[in-house]
Design a protein around this ligand. Structure first.
Ligand code: CAA
Length: 380
């Protein structure tokens, strides 16, 4: 049903080739030793993978959301950690692209989209994950600057980011309408990188706390208008969810391939276990769900490329693809039996990597809130 154009096909093959050479051989050791591949991420920037939804005018490759989705799946297939690094880098460009001024685009978007500077997106507080309106991070208007105090947690790319998109509270009494968006440079006084998290999976991606201790943000670094921060975050997350759905597809495809490979090699009761119907059905279910996830994600991406509203489609894609990735990881590990539970087999890493996809960029429960609201308001 979904025919890629020759350009999209070319981008997919380029990303696949890069991932095979630069990611796959090192993914295991990077996971074990929690190595963030800074140089590889730079190379991805040079290939145009870090600014795929940004037009050429602002340094991006302008390839669009469909190309972005298929390229990200290829990267995540080889290394899910690098998949989330790429996803968050592209997501971090959306606030400036959609709501930033011309000067902000020139100063901050161009370096991010060309991959010279890595971006991060700081919404989550220790006490406010699903409910950003409840955040504690404050930005007080002090005339020609904002004074920011608070902590952001679970920030992907945080320690390596040169530009951080920050959402902070400017009018605490106004809830969601009291949030604003800012651009923070890593060198701003009062900004520090805090604790690095040691995670269950995606251990080669960087996840840290960001600390704002009387951090001064110049007035001109407010993105959009005061009070627009929640909307800006939601608009960016619509695109972000296409990214996480694509990452999930990459992980699920890797699980499927590992299950097929192992089921051909492993013999029990005198034959390859892949000849048993019990195993074949698991393979069939995995393959079917991956295809469904791919079509949902491409449909959301295609709507984005056409300038149509895609909130519901992005949430459906993220919900389904992330849960399908977890089901695929579960089944693929089951196919491996006891060997799947030890670190010598790749499926052990994939199983851990899959787990967070139903949690970050909006839990499965949050996606269901978004989808049910969109359906109720007639977006079908
Ligand atoms: N586009 C544009 N505007 C939107 C929007 C969208 N997709 N979604 C909501 N809005 C607007 C609404 O229209 C509404 O506007 P008005 O105030 O003018 O009426 C306003 O935003 C408030 O919307 P809601 O009433 O829907 O807000 P809510 O408090 O009920 O929250 C929610 C809804 C869906 C639960 C939302 O808070 C949410 O998505 N939470 C999850 C947060 C999240 O995904 N965090 C991820 C952090 S980033 C990350 O994980 C990156 C990483 O490291 C991988």
């Amino acid at each position: 049903m979904f025919q890629l154009t020759s350009e999209q096909e070319m981008i997919m093959l380029m990303a696949r080739d890069f991932a095979k050479k630069e990611l796959e051989p090192y993914a295991e050791v990077r996971d074990r030793q929690e190595i963030f591949p800074e140089d590889t991420v730079k190379k991805m920037g040079e290939l145009g993978l870090m600014g795929m939804m940004v037009p050429g005018k602002y340094g991006g490759s302008g390839a669009g959301a469909v190309s972005y989705s298929i390229a990200l799946s290829e990267i995540a297939y080889a290394c899910a950690s690098t998949g989330v690094t790429m996803s968050v880098a592209n997501l971090s460009e959306e606030p400036v692209l959609k709501f930033g001024s011309e000067e902000q685009k020139r100063e901050y978007l161009v370096p991010m989209a060309t991959g010279k500077v890595l971006g991060a997106f700081a919404v989550t507080d220790p006490g406010a994950g699903s409910d950003p309106g409840g955040m504690g991070t404050r930005a007080e208007d002090k005339g020609d600057y904002y004074l920011v105090n608070g902590t952001k947690s679970f920030i992907t790319n945080g320690a390596y980011a040169g530009v951080i998109n920050l959402i902070a509270k400017t009018s605490p009494e106004k809830g969601n309408r009291g949030l604003s968006a800012f651009i923070v440079e890593k060198g701003f006084p009062g900004f520090h990188v805090g604790k690095k998290e040691s995670k269950m999976g995606l251990r080669a991606s960087n996840t840290v706390e960001l600390i704002f201790d009387d951090c001064r943000i110049p007035k001109e670094n407010l993105v959009g208008k005061e009070g627009q921060g929640f909307k800006i975050a939601m608009v960016a997350l619509d695109s972000g969810r296409i990214g996480i759905a694509s990452q999930s597809i990459g992980i699920a495809r890797a699980c499927l391939d590992e299950a097929i490979k192992y089921s051909r090699e492993r013999r029990q009761f005198g034959k390859a276990i892949g000849s048993f119907q019990a195993i074949r059905w698991m393979i069939a279910d995995m393959a079917t769900e991956i295809e469904a996830a791919r079509l949902l994600t491409l449909s959301a991406a295609d709507r984005k490329d056409k300038g149509l509203r895609f909130t519901k489609e992005a949430s459906m894609a993220k919900l389904f693809a992330s849960e399908a990735a977890n089901r695929a990881a579960y089944k693929a590990l089951q196919v491996h039996g006891g060997y799947g539970y030890i670190k010598d087999f790749k499926i052990e890493r994939l199983y851990r990597d899959a787990r967070v996809t139903t949690i970050y960029e909006g839990t499965s429960e949050v996606q269901r809130i978004v989808i049910s609201r969109e359906v109720a308001r007639g977006a079908m």
